[in-house]
Design a protein around this ligand. Structure first.
Ligand code: BES
Ligand code: MN
Ligand code: ZN
Length: 508
């Protein structure tokens, strides 16, 4: 695991295998820290700029080897010049992205230790703490790998970076940098924990394992953990959730974590509900085999809420936070539910199960009723709910819905602050009608048109008048290729946004 620390002192005299500096696009004579490095190198960097090799474009990395014999006044063995892009587009997300890319570049070169200046604290207009937070967050997220089942490690992606030092000349900054690093590590930790769960294969991560992992993470962080098994869930009348679980030999586990940051005000609460299908075959409405393996990640929403609450335990915002995951497999076993079956949800509403592959909304319906019956004042659910989400919005943004504008906007804003884009879709009346059932109160599918919207409409019936936001992450929870802070595979999307949301709500 990458260790991140702060140090203060002279940059050019700092002994390190690699020193990371930066350049904004269009700057021809570097100033600040980069200028100081350029001078110590006798103008090598400004030479490369006038040659056009270094342009400062966003994410550009130029590795300059600086052996001490050739550059006696420069202690680092390498200088890595990072492009920050246009200064008008600059912000914490640029810092996260370029840091992630820079560290992967150093890993390809088998560099084990590096130091970096604190980007943007000068002309970029960020304060040192913010920048340190973004560097730590981007660094940890960017070099994340899931190589648990690769006996020799992931060959081809180079060595592992072991430590990164944030360097500033001003000794008074040290505590600020350290606080920023701790926050960045907490945020990255939320997403990395989620990624670890999503990347696990279905056979190694059944509901019982998800519950074990959730509880052991929770206990280590000081979060309360409760797991309801099949009998307890039956007692509560969760027929929609149990209908999904019926086809599997793996017992369902209903996971409820809580972190009481404002014990005196029980109504100051946020309930985060994550879809937790540990594998989605589709059930009797079986999915085609092509790409079905991706359905090991159908618990990404659940992973996000578990990652978020454990990270919140170290940030301690003044709010009572709950994370709920109705974990189960969706399998086509002999006692599986059939298309056309009618189940009774915890709310009392009867649901016609038109398609057993629309299982997520069934489990969420009961999880939402559980939250409401326990006094939820605000609910945010996160779910890999519909393939249609990627048809509507592509892979770059999650779909968001809500019955409360203020809460919906708060979720979108929190995502914006963490570089997780969301786009709000409407809960229009025409789409709502598509969920009408001829035999029960509601049907779990609405046909082809507006598939993401009809799924949201279904869930909204169970949220009732409780302020509620639904985030469909089916298109964003997995990345095909490495980009920015996301290596290919699970992204851990929404884990960090939820941490931000809880902090934002707590600070009013
Ligand atoms: N887990 C899937 C949605 C999904 C698809 C997630 C692709 C990630 C990537 C969900 O349970 C599902 O099967 N949804 C169906 C709904 C349909 C039957 C109404 C879908 O999207 O096809
Ligand atoms: Mn499904
Ligand atoms: Zn699913």
């Amino acid at each position: 695991m990458l260790e991140i620390k702060a140090a203060t002192g002279d940059l050019t005299g700092y002994e390190t295998p690699a020193l990371i500096v930066n350049l904004f696009e269009g700057v021809t004579s570097p100033g600040g820290a980069t200028g100081a490095v350029d001078r110590a190198l006798g103008g090598v960097l400004s030479g490369l700029i006038s040659d056009g090799e270094i342009t400062g474009r966003m994410g550009e990395t130029t590795l300059v080897h600086t052996p001490s014999l050739a550059y006696p006044s420069f202690a680092p063995s390498r200088a890595l010049v990072l492009g920050l892009g246009k200064s008008s587009d600059f912000g914490v997300e640029s810092v996260r992205r370029v840091t992630a890319g820079a560290l992967r570049r150093l890993e390809q070169a088998s560099v084990k230790r590096a130091a970096t200046i604190v980007h943007g604290a000068g002309i970029g207009g960020l304060d040192a703490g913010e920048s340190a937070e973004a560097i730590a967050e981007g660094a940890l997220l960017g070099v994340y790998r899931f190589e648990k089942y690769k006996s020799k490690g992931d060959e081809g992606s180079g060595g592992r970076l072991e430590s990164l030092t944030l360097l500033d000349v001003d000794p008074a900054k040290r505590l600020v940098l350290e606080a920023g690093i701790r926050r960045g590590a907490a945020y990255a930790g939320a997403a990395m924990a989620a990624r670890d769960m999503v990347n696990e294969p279905g056979n190694r991560f059944p509901p019982s394992r998800m519950a074990e992992v959730a509880c052991s993470m929770a206990r280590a962080a000081g979060v309360e953990c409760r797991v309801l098994d099949r009998d307890a869930v039956e007692e509560l009348g969760m027929g929609a959730y149990l209908g999904v679980a019926a086809g599997s030999d793996q017992p369902p586990k209903f996971i409820h974590l809580s972190l009481m940051g404002d014990v005196g005000n029980p109504s100051n609460n946020l309930w985060m509900i994550g879809k937790g299908i540990t594998f989605d075959t589709g059930g009797i409405s079986l999915k085609p085999p092509g790409g079905m393996s991706a359905m090991k990640g159908d618990m990404a929403g659940g992973a996000a809420v578990i990652g978020a609450i454990t990270a919140l335990a170290s940030l301690r915002p003044r709010i009572n936070v709950h994370a709920v995951v109705a974990a189960t497999e969706n399998m086509p076993g002999g006692s599986a539910q059939r298309p056309g079956d009618v189940v009774k949800s915890m709310s009392g509403k009867y649901i016609e199960v038109d398609n057993t592959d629309a299982e997520g909304r069934l489990t969420l319906a009961d999880a939402i009723s559980y939250a409401r019956s326990n006094g939820a004042e605000r609910i945010v659910d996160v779910a890999t709910l519909t393939g249609a989400a990627s048809i509507a919005l592509g892979r770059g943004q999650s779909a968001v819905f809500g019955n409360d504008d203020a809460l919906t906007e708060a979720v979108i804003a929190a995502g914006g602050r963490r570089g997780e884009a969301m786009w709000r879709l409407p809960l229009d009346e025409a789409s709502k009608k598509q969920n009408k059932s001829k035999v029960a109160d509601i049907k779990n599918t609405g046909g082809r048109p507006a598939g993401t919207i009809t799924a949201a409409h279904f869930i909204s019936e169970f949220a009732g008048r409780t302020p509620w936001v639904h985030v469909d992450i089916a298109a964003t929870s997995m990345a095909d290729s490495t980009d920015g802070v996301n290596p290919s595979g699970a992204t851990g999307v929404l884990a960090r946004s939820l941490v931000q949301l809880a902090e934002d709500l707590a600070s009013g």
